[in-house]
Design a protein around this ligand. Structure first.
Ligand code: 3PG
Ligand code: MG
Length: 399
């Protein structure tokens, strides 16, 4: 189970060698303007890329963006990312118009030592996400032809059994990048022997997405605080009416069962902000969790809940947070997420923020990133890691 990392590759010497780097440059784009709204994932891969550039490698970066359906789709082009990456690196990034076609080939061939190329979106090719081993393998062959060595720094995608993550490392000498190494180190602390009390905060919209991680975490944590859209299915399981709030009817029984088995570790909201509609200017009030009016929907946790969660967090020595507490994109429903995030920064604890949405929330709310112990770039990936699942991208590096 030993993974070679970037330092091992640098020690071999990379000057003049082509290094294929799988990055997770899946950044949120503004729907109207197409502009990058949060470049956290681009910044997170810079340490690896800069080290390779300085060592004189020909750096070939590949990534997915969004979920195009195996064919080119301009709204998911990585071109804007190439621009931003170049700004951050302080040197232009050569952008290939395709992933493994003529443009990619000539772009890679034209690279001088210490230069960087970015290939077009991996998911413009059916082979990337194919369930068929041969189809994935054929695409992996084409990608692997662009590198003499492979570095995986796409932590956000290590839970995907995709060609660039799982099959390319079988074809090239492979190494973990700085980001992947750090993520695994930090999350390993949480699954190992975390300093207690260990408090986990979970939010986000669906219980069904979080069920496996709740099951895996319950025996390990001291407290599990639940907010976000998924809290309403739990409130329903407690016997409360939730009006027109988000509700997974088929999960109510499961939630009831979890509450019974949790030994009092699960903390649910005691008040919520209930609104007339899912809109930034909707009329809204704070109501007790057992008093949500039938025509209203909960869009945030209330202040009493924030105070209770903050009290639990202030005791913690280890904290993991995944998922916003409410619709933080709308100012009227951002107080829950902000309050919990602030409580985490104030706690004298090692804190880990897991996931695309929670990480974006930290930055969108203008919170200081450095007041958290670690902000993971992986949402699904960090949850699957904590569940104890085998991650195809990590397993591939171990072999
Ligand atoms: C993410 O944003 O969670 C990662 O980039 C993986 O993307 P995916 O969920 O579309 O595979
Ligand atoms: Mg995801």
């Amino acid at each position: 189970m030993s993974i070679r990392n970037l330092d091992d590759l640098l020690a071999e010497g990379v000057s003049g060698r082509r290094v294929l780097v799988r990055a997770d440059l899946n950044v949120p784009l503004d729907k109207q303007s197409g502009e990058i709204t949060d470049d956290g994932r681009i910044r997170a891969v810079l340490p690896t890329l800069s080290a390779l550039v300085e060592a004189g490698a020909k750096v070939v970066v590949c990534s997915h963006l969004g979920r195009p359906k195996g064919a080119p789709d301009p709204q998911f082009s990585l071109r804007p990312v190439a621009g931003r990456l170049g700004e951050l690196l302080g040197a232009p990034v050569h952008f290939a118009e395709d992933t493994v076609g003529d443009s990619a080939r000539s772009t890679v061939e034209g690279l001088a030592d210490g230069q960087v190329a970015l290939l077009e979106n991996l998911r413009f090719n059916k082979g990337e996400t194919s369930k068929d081993d041969a189809e994935r393998g054929a695409f992996a062959d084409q990608l692997a032809a662009f590198g003499d060595a492979y570095v995986d720094d796409a932590f956000g995608a290590v839970h995907r059994k995709h060609a660039s993550v799982h099959d390319v490392p079988a074809r090239l000498p492979h190494f973990a990048g700085r980001l992947v190494l750090r993520e695994v180190e930090v999350l390993g602390k949480l699954t190992g022997d975390p300093e207690r009390p260990y408090v986990v905060v979970l939010g986000g919209s669906k219980v069904s997405d979080k069920l496996a991680v709740i099951e895996a975490l319950l025996p390990k944590v001291d407290r599990l605080l639940i907010g976000g859209g998924m809290c309403f299915t739990f409130l329903k399981a407690q016997g409360h009416e939730v009006g027109t709030s988000l509700l997974e009817e088929d999960m109510v029984e499961t939630c009831r069962n979890l509450l019974e088995r949790s030994g009092g570790k699960i903390m649910l909201p005691v008040d919520v902000v209930a609104a007339d509609a899912f809109a930034p200017d909707a009329a809204h009030d704070t109501v007790p969790a057992d008093g949500i009016p039938s025509h209203r929907l909960g869009l945030d946790i209330g202040p009493e809940t924030v105070a209770g969660f903050a009290a639990a967090l202030s005791q913690a020595k280890t904290i993991f947070w995944n998922g916003p507490m409410g619709v933080f994109e709308m100012a009227a429903f951002a107080n829950g997420t902000r309050g919990v995030a602030e409580a985490i920064t104030k706690a004298d604890a090692f804190s880990v923020v897991g996931g695309g949405d929670s990480a974006a929330a930290v930055r969108a709310l203008g919170l200081d990133e450095s007041s958290f112990g670690h902000i993971s770039t992986g949402g699904g990936a960090s949850l699957e890691y904590l569940e104890g699942k085998t991650l195809p991208g990590i397993a591939a590096l171990e072999n």
